[in-house]
Design a protein around this ligand. Structure first.
Ligand code: NAD
Ligand code: ZN
Ligand code: ZN
Length: 346
């Protein structure tokens, strides 16, 4: 089969032919209908060779959807041909976090060498994908796999982040979204669907801010040195009760600290190397700062249900498998508006 692989440190990913995979006991083989392209892959491909955490070559793609093509020995409860989305942060299935559905925080995955598809295990940007266990599959039913596949990360990750802050986002409050890309433009819709908060969005690109307004932002602000002051003014000088930073670089974590309100939440989702020091007086009193990873299995089911009810619509641009390297080039250059989705069998 054809697959998109990151083969050598610092090189662009390539479409190559690899042996057709077969599901082992307990595993499920999917014929991939759609696979999303996440900015985290760009970060992974910029890491140096020393201590690179995954074996190379690595088939990319940690957002996957497909139809069930074959069942490994012992797999029950899922049918051939069924349309499914893949829960990506695979865990052991047995520890206390996994028992709560929080396989993203599995206590044993690292020790057992369990990795998400595309982030250690062979990923979804290929004609076929082997999924470790049937519990990682969520039936899509009538949902369009192309529009839904980004919800497995670009939907699930902001959903998990926003859920933490829901009690603070009562009417009359403000929420700031920094970075209106793949994750950010879904975050805006989730905030509009789940809260009555006023949504203020920052980005460096006018085109991304235009998308932000189209999907429900109340206010948009160009993310520059004057942005924090503008957000403060938009919130009557008080700041925002929740700030979601989908960039996480030094200038944006500084902006986050500067625009959060007393007793607010800052959630650093982006992995741009920024930090937010916490001490007396800065950020404002009783601000809570966190940096989460992905979300739980039940939260993925909830996000897909929100999409089914029409509350979330991912803005996608599609590519054939041969053009997958181009999708990464465009994402790296900041040219993808919404999410790039690869159709390996399309
Ligand atoms: P993306 O490229 O689609 O979106 C990033 C957006 O940020 C773009 O619209 C870009 O114009 C904007 N941006 C860049 N610099 C900015 C700045 N200084 N101020 C404001 N906006 C700026 O990326 P994505 O796939 O949505 O991923 C977003 C981030 O989240 C990445 O760092 C990614 O690695 C990370 N991520 C983290 C998790 C997690 O579990 N923590 C999961 C998925 C992605
Ligand atoms: Zn991702
Ligand atoms: Zn576990």
């Amino acid at each position: 089969m054809k697959a998109l692989q990151y083969r050598a440190i610092g090189q662009a990913p390539e479409v190559v032919t690899v042996p057709d995979p077969e599901p082992g006991p307990g595993q499920v083989l999917l014929k991939v209908t759609a696979a999303g392209v996440c900015h985290s892959d760009i970060a992974v491909m910029s890491w140096p060779g020393e201590n690179f955490p995954y074996p190379l070559p690595l088939t990319l793609g940690h957002e996957g959807a497909g139809t069930v093509a074959a069942l490994g020995a012992g797999v029950t409860g899922i049918s051939l041909g069924e349309s499914v989305a893949v829960y990506g942060p695979w865990g052991c299935g047995n520890c206390v976090k996994c028992a709560q559905g929080k396989e993203n925080y599995c206590l044993r995955a690292a020790g057992l060498g369990i990795h998400p598809p595309g982030l250690g295990a062979p990923g979804a940007i290929a004609e076929y994908l082997v999924v470790d266990a049937a519990r990682h599959l969520v039936p899509l039913g009538d949902l369009d796999p192309v529009a839904s596949v980004p919800l497995t990360d670009a939907g699930l990750t902001p959903y998990h982040a926003i859920k933490r802050s829901l009690p603070k986002l009562v009417p009359g409050t403000s929420a700031v979204v920094i970075g209106s890309g793949g994750l950010g433009h879904v975050a805006i819709q989730l905030l509009r669907a789940l809260t009555a908060t006023r949504v203020i969005v920052l980005d460096v690109s006018e085109e991304k801010l235009e998308l932000a307004r189209r999907v429900g932002a109340h206010e948009t602000v160009l993310s520059d040195a004057g942005a924090a002051e503008k957000v403060r003014a938009l919130t009557g000088g008080l700041g925002a009760e929740a700030v979601f930073d989908f960039v996480g670089a030094p200038p944006t974590t500084a902006t986050a600290a500067a625009v959060v309100a007393v007793e607010g939440d800052v959630t650093l989702v982006g992995i741009g190397g920024g930090t937010l020091p916490v001490g007396f007086g800065s950020p404002p009193f009783e601000v809570s700062v966190t940096a989460p990873y992905w979300g739980s299995r039940s939260e993925l089911i909830e996000v897909l249900d929100l999409a089914r009810e029409g509350f979330v619509e991912v803005h996608v641009e599609t590519y054939g498998l041969d053009d997958a390297p181009l999708a990464y080039e465009r994402l790296h250059a900041g040219k993808v508006n919404g999410r790039a989705v690869i159709l390996p069998n399309g």
